[in-house]
Every structure is written in C-alpha cells, then in structure tokens.
Design a protein around this ligand. Structure first.
Ligand code: FES
Length: 127
C-alpha cells in the first residue's frame, strides 16, 4: 500500500483544515519538507507506524498497544484497519481517526494526516 502523509502541525501555518476536500492537492503543491509531506510503502502485515519508522520517520507514539492515542492519525482517503482501540471515542472514529500503532492498510493507497496528538481533543485523551 502506498501511503501519502501530511503533518498536522503544518495545517495551521497554511490556513488549511482537515475538512478541506483538496487538502492533499494543496500539500503536494506547497513544497513541504519530507518530514511534513511525502510517500512511503506499507508491506502486508506491517502497521502504519512500523512502516513509517522503517521509512525513517519519527512519528509520535507511546504504548503501541491501542491505549494512549499518541499515535492517532486522520485517514482522509483509503481504509486503515483498527485491531485494538481502547481509547478513541466514537465521534473521533466517525471522523476517520485511527491509531497508527496497530492500524493496517486495507486499500491500495492511503492518505493520512499524522501528528494528530497536537489536536486539542486528542491531547485531552492522552495518558
Ligand atoms: Fe498508544 Fe498507538 S501508541 S495507542
């Protein structure tokens, strides 16, 4: 699965929102650093977080067990499974928010906004 990622921390700098339909088009055109925007591949049986790390990215995490929400991402396109989730309330999963530590892609391509731990409603959840 080919993953395109975007750092939540840059959204405010550009006046972008997670709800923007063309968020990833704008990100692609914005000449962002590789830490903030780019692509990597996730192999079968690899979690999104494991694949990010294998590609040299230091994404936030703590428990790696579905209990802290530090690793939360917003899936804006594609499907990410969620085998273990002890923390996210339904209103966030309904928005497409998933845990990268145990989420595995279920689509050929995926767009995710990582670093969501900076968002207020997720910061409040963290242990
Ligand atoms: Fe704690 Fe994913 S790292 S829920």
């Amino acid at each position: 699965t080919e993953v395109t990622y975007l750092n939540y921390a840059v959204l405010a700098d550009h006046g972008w929102s997670l709800d923007d339909d063309d968020l990833f088009e704008k990100a692609a055109a914005a000449d962002l650093d590789a830490v903030d925007y780019g692509q990597f591949t996730v192999d079968d049986e690899q979690s999104l977080l494991d694949a990010a790390e294998a590609s040299g990215h230091a994404w936030p995490f703590a428990c790696r067990g579905g209990a802290c929400a530090n690793c939360a991402v917003a899936v804006t396109d594609g499907e990410l499974s969620q085998l273990v989730d002890h923390i996210l309330p339904e209103e966030l999963t309904d928005e497409g928010i998933r845990l990268s530590c145990n989420g595995k892609p279920e689509s050929d391509s995926l767009e995710v906004v990582y670093n969501l731990e900076k968002r207020d409603d997720l910061a409040d959840l963290k242990l």
